[in-house]
Design a protein. Structure first.
Length: 374
């Protein structure tokens, strides 16, 4: 029986009120500390990028350059780009960190990402058929997803997804499976949808694999390989962080029925049950974009992520109070659980489980949920 089904209408209302109170308190406290944090992080990210690109042009410092550029790309992608584009710093009124103006060093366009991530994923978290992040159209990640022979390759496909993650995320909005597998999309439709995607992708490819290598002259191969390595490090790390936050075995998924008349309290509970944290030190949190607190991020996607660690004990206490699990553990443990799920669901014997029972309150939550639309 799902943990979702054990709660009463009064439980959902109480949880919603308690979590709303946390959110309002943090919003009221935002100020100079938060502004200094994000500006300081952007300064450090730019320093790492400059150092990395220069050091990669010199054979003795090439490895250090790869490490610096990898760190720069991870910071830009995770703690800066992802969080800024969630609107976490819009309150500052600073165009440099405003979700409407920011762009990041990755192949995915801002507009496409906001549509698939900010809106679809955060509104319909782990709702099968509505949240495309459940498997990205590539993997079988739920017992309720009908098995197909292609899912025998769940593990190698997951490895490929980690390796080329920035490009898979860039084309996610195309839903390639509709063209390649289910034949519900024509080649002409796919080509038209790909045009704006390719515009951003080719810009990134040109920058990393043509412009910067050319600047190195005879050492262009060193820079080319260094950029490949840096992008690979960023891709694998970002994908691992996201998988550990969404796919460990204990994380629940939901039937579309949960969306019927969903209240804010129901939406909050779905985020709690559909996310997972992993533990680590300060560096781990920063380099993961504080998505090591994925539960808190899904509850409060528009709050500055560096605040999640402060409110995590309160969220955990609310879970304990209402008999809900707070899914957390060491990084290695969540990784092992995630890959166990990937392997298990590659086999046809794991079929549809019983759907959760839902209540039918009165007010839709989608219009109420914080910072969901792009």
């Amino acid at each position: 029986m799902s943990n979702y089904s054990k709660l009463t209408k009064q439980d959902f209302e109480a949880i919603g009120a308690e979590l709303d109170a946390i959110r309002e308190r943090v919003l009221a406290d935002l100020g100079e500390r938060d502004a200094n944090y994000i500006h300081g992080l952007i300064k450090r990210q730019r320093q790492l990028e400059l150092a990395g690109r220069v050091m990669m042009m010199l054979p003795p410092t090439w490895l250090g350059g790869v490490a610096a550029l990898s760190s720069s790309k991870i910071l830009d992608n995770m703690e800066i780009g992802h969080n800024v584009m969630h609107g976490q710093y819009d309150w500052m009124g600073d165009p440099a960190v405003h979700s409407k103006h920011f762009d990041w060093d990755t192949a995915n366009s801002v507009e496409q990402w906001k549509r698939t991530h900010n809106y679809e994923h955060h509104t319909f978290t782990n709702v099968l058929g509505r949240d495309h992040d459940v498997g990205y159209g590539l993997l079988r990640m739920s017992e309720e997803q009908p098995w197909e022979p292609r899912f025998l390759f769940n593990i190698p496909l997951a490895v490929i997804l980690h390796t080329f993650f920035q490009h898979f995320v860039a084309i996610q909005n195309l839903k390639l499976e509709d063209y390649l597998v289910y034949k519900t999309k024509t080649r002409a439709e796919l080509a038209e949808e790909f045009k704006p995607v390719w515009k951003k992708m080719r810009k990134q490819l040109a920058k990393d694999y043509a412009v910067f290598p050319a600047l190195a002259g005879p050492l262009a191969p060193l820079v080319f390989v260094g950029n490949v390595a840096s992008n690979l490090a960023r891709n694998v790390w970002a994908c691992a962080v996201i998988f550990n936050g969404h796919f460990p075995e204990q994380v629940e998924q939901f039937d579309e029925a949960v969306l019927e008349n969903e209240t804010r309290g129901h939406w909050y509970v779905r985020q709690l049950l559909g996310s997972a944290n992993f533990e680590g030190g300060k560096l781990m949190h920063v380099m993961s974009g504080n998505l090591s607190f994925q539960i808190e991020h899904h509850l409060f996607p528009d709050l500055p992520a560096h605040r999640y660690q402060e409110i995590a004990p309160e969220v955990r206490a609310i879970c304990e109070k209402h008999g809900l699990p707070y899914n957390t553990g060491p990084f290695w443990k969540q990784t092992l659980s995630t890959w166990k799920r990937i392997a298990r669901l590659s086999l046809p014997r794991f079929r549809k489980r019983k759907s959760v029972d839902t209540e039918a309150p009165s007010t839709p939550a989608q219009a109420d949920a914080p910072a969901l639309a792009a």
